[in-house]
Design a binder for this molecule. Structure first.
Ligand SMILES: CCCCC/C=C\C/C=C\C/C=C\C/C=C\CCCC(=O)SCCNC(=O)CCNC(=O)[C@H](O)C(C)(C)COP(=O)(O)OP(=O)(O)OC[C@H]1O[C@@H](n2cnc3c(N)ncnc32)[C@H](O)[C@@H]1OP(=O)(O)O
Length: 254
């Protein structure tokens, strides 16, 4: 048992800190020692550990409409890996692969997933019918400290007739700012999310969810977020979010 617990925590040190803590990552996960940028580290960590053998939901599928594809191609054309030996100035967008809760692929994660409910799934990615709910992809740009998410809202997200439910919009804001804060500040949890809904979002439409880092104060990371039409002319929603860095053991306290 003691050995199992040890394996769980060694796994969680790796898995929990992989996408976030660069220092921890370098000292504790030697196979991820990469001369690389933070966002590329996150992409590689997410790809190699969390998304290993599982689907990347951030890639285009047949449900993506014209506008979703146009924007995906737009940001993809401005993203790419720096050539070998070349310093990445962070002046490009980096597409983030989807985070899949596949703890069993992390060292010790198989034990952890037994403790925490192995059937659990990130709820924005748990609907099999593509296009029915949350279709989204995130891009990160380090030099501007910005995250942008292209979000297509499916028919299962209805709130007011023909429009997107406010809780679904809040979910996307939390997801984008939460991912952004995770890139900046190691494992975090949402402490406060303040949302102003300015104009309804038509169901089936594609919108941009953009997150900007405002400031960091010790354990606290403050971000702001705007949801707009894809041409930026209409403001749908704006929000301010506070994330607090946690030690992963925080999640085991219950
Ligand atoms: C979680 C990571 C696990 C690993 C996952 C691995 C990979 C993930 C990869 C990528 C991410 C992918 C997708 C992200 C998608 C979605 C993100 C969803 C995130 C969530 O959906 S998450 C669920 C909802 N979330 C909660 O369920 C939190 C419940 N809550 C708590 O767990 C505690 O409450 C906590 C931790 C927040 C703080 O607790 P604590 O003990 O660590 O810190 P403490 O209380 O000392 O506060 C420190 C300083 O923050 C200030 N402060 C605290 N709370 C405040 C508030 N509400 N308003 C204003 N200021 C506040 C204090 O005033 C103090 O400020 P000061 O230092 O200046 O005095």
């Amino acid at each position: 048992m003691a050995r199992n617990v040890g394996r769980i925590f060694s796994g969680f040190r790796c898995s929990g800190s992989l996408p976030f803590g660069k220092t921890q990552l370098k000292t504790r996960c030697p196979r991820l020692l990469l001369r690389t940028t933070p966002e590329r580290t996150v992409v590689q960590a997410l790809s190699s550990i969390f998304s290993h053998k599982s689907r990347d939901f951030s890639l285009p599928n047949s449900s993506w409409g014209e506008e979703m594809m146009r924007l995906y191609n737009h940001y993809s054309s401005q993203s790419g890996e720096a050539a070998e030996g070349q310093e990445d100035q962070g002046e490009q967008w980096t597409r983030l692969p989807s985070y899949n809760r596949s703890l069993k692929y992390a060292t010790g994660g198989v034990y952890l997933s037994k403790i925490i409910q192995s059937k659990a799934r990130l709820f924005t990615r748990n609907i099999r019918d593509t296009g029915a709910a949350f279709e989204y992809v995130l891009f990160f740009r380090r030099d501007k400290q910005r995250c942008v998410c292209i979000f297509q809202a499916g028919h299962l997200l209805e709130g007011p007739p023909g429009h997107v439910h406010g809780g679904a919009i809040a979910t996307m804001i939390d997801t984008v700012t939460g991912t952004h804060a995770s890139l900046l500040s190691a494992p975090v949890m949402t402490a406060n999310l303040n949302i102003n809904y300015r104009s309804p979002i038509p169901l089936g439409s594609t919108v941009l969810v953009e997150s900007t880092m405002d400031k960091e104060e010790g354990k606290k990371t403050f971000l702001s977020c705007r949801v707009t039409s894809t041409d930026g002319s209409k403001l749908h929603t704006e929000a301010a979010a506070l994330f607090v860095s946690i030690n992963v053991s925080h999640l085991l306290r219950g």
